[in-house]
Ligand binder design. Sequence first.
Ligand SMILES: [Zn+2]
Ligand SMILES: [Zn+2]
Length: 153
Amino acid sequence: MSDELSFEIEIPTDNDGFVLLQCPLCGEFFKLAPADIKADDVLEIWCPNCGLKSENYITDEIRDLALRMAKNHVQDMIHRQMKELERKTRGGLISFKAGHTPTAEYEPPVIPGIDELEVQNYPCCKRQAKISPSVKLTGGYCPFCGVSYDEHK
Ligand SMILES: [Zn+2]
Ligand SMILES: [Zn+2]
């Protein structure tokens, strides 16, 4: 794929500066601060609910938006090429007419979402995350080092 197909999606933070993530394995939502996600000493992220590591924690919403944006981008590109062809062939033996501008897929605004998540402190890494009250109750795992916060320990 060429560079033309690259685009960025801004994932907004909530009022406390956390971004919403979702574990692809258990579907659990949690929030981390972007600064922590990008920190040099944070190489991997553990799901605070199931305690497993995943490649990425993009929410379905973001994945869906990325697909829509990619589709719109490609449609745009094709339409522009059609227009170009139309311009070039005008008045010639063969003429070419581009169709209507394609209707773009709706690109919904990304909302930070899930407000019921609560801040949890992880003394092991001196960092914070927002997790669901039920995970908080059972302890869960530190998203930054995978250590178990199981209350039975
Ligand atoms: Zn999980
Ligand atoms: Zn930790």
